[in-house]
Design a protein around this ligand. Structure first.
Ligand code: SAM
Length: 304
């Protein structure tokens, strides 16, 4: 298991080296932390190239593990900050990242870390920052929603996630994968599934299929909405019962028996047939619908 083409002698990503390092430190993988380490140099290369890094840019990695991806990020980016929750990995990271002074490890739970402060503190000297990670699958959505909702100044988010979740994020209206996750992600980003990845590139192998997704963060959200929270409420309400029509879902949340006919008119005025299902509406239609519904509810409340 000598290093292959393009692999440096200190690169940790091979089955043999990963196992040796774990043995040396007596490290036992924790399933509950989503610890599936990458052992394939080509997959690492694909992830890193999708992020479009160079020495003027920074990378935030979530969950460096033993540093296989971190090493490759450090070869490209000017600065790498890797947030790792598992203290037992810190001495191992110290060893694997020793040749890369531009890589820094922060011990903590990414869901609790103050990322705004971290950005100000660590990324002052780079022009743009991307998130690049092989995410712990048990917290994929909370992590991504935190990154997006906090409006961090990000260029790209390139992450390994469960294939099924990647497909939902990138789904277009009309299919069964399309739902509130697709709309929430597409509101902030342009998604692209970069690669479908076999289970064999991980130690241990996860029991689900994986994919690398690239989310190009938009400078402005995909649609303009007056009240973002209400837009997300309306959209989520429309998917509460997927098999029901948009009319039935919205009626249940916002209307009573007397006011229900107003909903039918409101939908028709917005150019949306009341018999459609939530999964057929585009993000633009949700924006239009939430404007009209907000106006209607304001007027109805004032009239009461
Ligand atoms: N980047 C490494 C690789 O590709 O080989 C490891 C990826 S592994 C799928 C996920 C990593 O995230 C693990 O190292 C795990 O300890 C870490 N992790 C899990 N939950 C975390 C959290 N809430 N905050 C930070 N790191 C976390």
């Amino acid at each position: 298991n000598e290093p292959g083409y393009g692999q440096a002698s200190e690169d940790i990503a091979s089955p043999k080296r990963t196992k040796e390092l774990m043995q040396k430190y007596g490290f036992v993988l924790k399933k509950s932390l989503g610890q599936n380490f990458l052992i394939d140099q080509n997959v690492l290369h694909n992830i890193v190239s999708a992020a479009e890094l160079d020495e003027t840019k920074g990378a935030l990695e979530i969950g460096p593990g033993i540093g296989a991806l971190t090493q490759q990020l450090a070869k490209r980016a000017g600065k790498v900050v890797a947030v790792e929750i598992d203290q037992r990995l810190l001495p191992m990271l110290e060893e694997t990242l020793a040749p890369y002074p531009q890589a820094e490890v922060v011990h903590g739970d990414v869901l609790k870390v103050d990322l705004q402060a971290l950005f100000k503190d660590k990324f002052q000297d780079v022009s743009k920052v991307s998130v690049v990670a092989n995410l712990p699958y048990y917290v994929t959505t909370p992590i991504l929603m935190k990154l997006l909702e906090e409006r961090l100044p990000l260029e790209n988010i390139v992450v390994m996630i469960q294939k099924e979740v990647a497909e939902r994020m990138a789904a277009k209206p009309g299919g069964k994968e399309y739902g509130s996750l697709s709309i929430a992600v597409q509101y902030y980003c342009e998604p692209e599934v970069v690669a479908i990845v076999p289970q064999t590139v991980f130690i241990p192998q996860p029991n689900v299929d994986s994919a690398v997704i690239k989310l190009k963060v938009r400078e402005k959200p995909a649609v303009e909405v007056e009240d973002e929270a209400f837009f997300f409420d309306v959209m989520q309400a429309s998917f509460v019962q997927r098999r029901k029509t948009i009319y039935n879902n919205l009626a249940a949340k916002y209307f009573d028996k007397e006011s229900k006919p107003d909903l039918e008119r409101l939908l028709l005025d917005a150019g949306i047939a009341p018999s459609r299902r939530g999964e057929t509406l585009s993000i633009e239609e949700y924006a239009k619908l939430s404007h009209r519904l907000a106006d209607y509810l304001k007027t109805a409340r004032t009239a009461k």
